[in-house]
Design a protein around this ligand. Structure first.
Ligand SMILES: [Zn+2]
Length: 621
């Protein structure tokens, strides 16, 4: 990648990298009503989302990133544009100064003044340049004006949190359960919109870190934009919710060495490494991916023409090696890169994105066609043209390319093992599905042999687990699909239905407090029921509910001496439901989770379920 791209191209690349790192398999993002305060994953507007119901939900002592934009509904440039924010008592907007020291450019960083009036923090953002007319988006959907800030619920004296800066005594009042973040826009000869966003404090619910299942958070690009104190507060908030693992991706050192003075890579690469170090210090396990090879066939190799892949037109493919050559003898240089970057990022694991849709484009060299002929019993395959292969042996060729990826990924796995003793290797792709096979060249019957665990999205978990043949599968939730309170059940549903190995929840800056609250609930659930979650069969038909919006999942321990009936209310209304459990006769004991209340009749549970909430009946005999 050329390090001299202009700024916009840089952001396109970042946005692309971010998407491939976590969201490429997602459906399009739906846009809700706009407020000048919202969420997103990149300053280019990727994944902009409103706060549902214009409410920011905060965890106790938690931090929340938000974007604030300048509105200019007039026909004229506005100069001396400012936004004044009045922060609810017990909260603060963190000091953003020093944030861009390491960057070659700034993203509309205003001058920030923070004062206190009547026990409330007042933050004034004074934008340096004139604000042009138009809507809140710049051309091409880019935000031209606005900035990122971090709102934090101040720790109270009796609930001191690790999110607090060490040694700083806080005398602030406890945060109100229901406050208002007020804003007012002002410029020369113009009084702009003013309004407020509700800020609600969630009940105290610490997450559980020490648990058998993995709760995985991919880190998006916002983290490099914050200064260390802000990044620490955001990561600590995620850790406090029970996320034990972070997924970082970054560009590699060669690009940093080649980057010219002033290039954004000079800031991005080291800052991203620094964030990985911070995460390591906070106690996260770290998964690393090279942005370079994520979802692509790019690897570090000698680029000699005789080692490049051969395209369907017979020409060498720039920057792509022949997979047969790479697997047999070309992998060493990529291993060296993996090892160095995993060290630099304190990584415990490596993850590859298998999302290449290139099976029809390469590699049609003699070596690959020979391997194809051997694998698929195609006589004289070396004499076939690419066109003939794609016309006469299309399915066989696609399957062969999937088989090649098994061997490519096997080399990646060995590379990860060599890099860091005890490390793991994981693959992210679509689930087992004809569409995913063609779209991503993914067939888990093969890839399952090349990874320690898989992450999949789009398709059927059961079919995929069967194809994986014993290799664990992790489900993945794209949180931006849920502009409502659905988080409460969505995380649990995806975790259980994908097989209860773990959950990947995308992504950091989307997390409002309710997502984290759902994660904290799930992390405690994982810790409490680790044994049966690790080893169970599902018999959902053993339980009935009398409410359409209430679903019961039945997990049965191996010897059927324990059962777990997980009951979720998939509606926005509070629901009273009766859950009837079959086959529970004498000798069974039942207890509700999380209340701990014993059931008089273990075959029947009367539950009052809050909107989008989960409870469980724990049965033992
Ligand atoms: Zn080849």
């Amino acid at each position: 990648m050329c390090p001299t791209h202009n700024l916009r191209t840089a952001w396109l690349i970042l946005a692309f990298g971010c998407l491939v790192a976590s969201a490429a398999l997602a459906r399009p993002i739906s846009q809700g009503p706009r407020d000048i305060i919202h969420r997103g994953i990149g300053p280019d507007g990727v994944g902009d989302l409103p706060f549902p119901d214009s409410t920011i939900w905060m965890r106790r002592a938690g931090a929340q990133a938000f974007i604030i934009e300048c509105a200019n509904p007039t026909q004229a440039d506005l100069s001396n544009y400012s936004i004044t924010l009045r922060v609810p008592a017990g909260y603060e907007i963190m000091d953003p100064s020093g944030r861009f020291d390491k960057w070659g450019f700034q993203i509309n960083m205003p001058e920030v003044t923070r004062t206190t009036e009547d026990g409330r923090q007042v933050v004034k953002l004074a934008f340096r340049g004139a604000i042009l007319p138009g809507d809140m988006d710049g051309d091409d959907g880019y935000h031209r004006y606005g900035t990122l800030l971090v709102l934090r619920a101040l720790p109270t004296a009796n609930g001191a949190s690790a999110a607090d800066e060490r040694g700083v005594a806080r005398t602030a009042p406890p945060p109100a359960d229901d406050g208002r973040l007020e804003y007012a826009c002002l410029a020369d000869n113009w009084t702009g919109p003013s309004g407020s966003m509700r800020v609600r404090l969630l009940p105290d619910l610490p997450g559980a870190i020490d648990k058998p299942s993995m709760l995985l958070c991919p880190v998006d690009w916002y983290l490099v934009h914050f200064n260390e104190a802000e990044a620490r507060a955001l990561l600590q908030t995620v850790h406090d919710a029970g996320f034990d693992t972070l997924h970082f991706s970054n560009y590699h050192d060669e690009l940093l060495q080649q980057a010219e003075e002033g290039s954004w890579l000079r800031g991005f690469i080291p800052t991203n490494r620094e964030r990985a170090r911070l995460a390591d210090e906070l106690g996260f396990r770290i998964i690393y991916s090279l942005i370079f090879d994520w979802g692509k066939d790019l690897v570090v190799f000698d680029n000699l023409p005789e080692h490049q892949a051969t395209g369907s037109d017979g020409n060498p493919v720039d920057r792509i090696p022949c997979p047969e050559w790479w697997v047999a003898e070309g992998y060493q240089r990529h291993w060296e890169t993996m090892a160095r970057e995993m060290d630099l990022h304190h990584a415990d694991m490596y993850m590859r994105g298998n999302e290449c849709n290139t099976w029809h484009r390469y590699c049609f060299c003699d070596r690959c066609r020979r391997a194809f002929g051997d694998a698929k019993q195609v006589p004289d395959a070396e004499k076939l043209t690419a066109e003939a292969i794609l016309e006469q042996y299309r399915d066989e060729w696609l399957d062969f390319r999937c088989m090649q990826y098994e061997r490519v990924c096997q080399r990646f796995r060995e590379g990860a093992y060599q890099a860091r003793p005890g490390s793991e290797f994981s693959i992210y792709s679509g689930l087992q599905d004809p569409w995913c096979k063609e779209k991503y060249t993914t067939d888990w019957r093969y890839l399952g042999n090349s990874c320690d665990w898989a992450v999949g999205v789009i398709g059927d978990y059961g079919v995929t687990r069967e194809a994986l043949g014993g290799t664990p599968l992790m489900g993945r939730v794209g949180i931006y699909h849920s502009p409502t309170q659905r988080y409460g059940t969505q995380l649990m549903d995806c975790y259980l239905d994908s097989g209860a190995y773990g959950l990947r929840a995308f992504a950091l800056s989307y997390y409002d407090g309710r997502i984290l609250q759902a994660a904290a609930f799930l992390s405690n659930f994982m810790a409490r029921f680790g044994d049966i979650l690790a080893n169970h069969t599902r018999h959902d038909d053993w339980a009935q509910t009398d409410s359409e919006s209430v679903k019961a999942r039945v997990l049965v321990g191996d010897d059927d001496r324990t059962r777990l009936v997980v009951v979720s209310n998939n509606s926005g209304e509070s629901v009273q439901a009766t859950v009837t459990i079959a086959g529970v006769e004498q000798g069974w004991h039942a207890r509700l989770y999380p209340s701990g209340e014993d059931l008089a009749d273990p075959a029947r549970a009367f539950l009052t379920l809050a909107p989008w909430s989960v409870q469980a009946v724990e049965l033992a005999r």
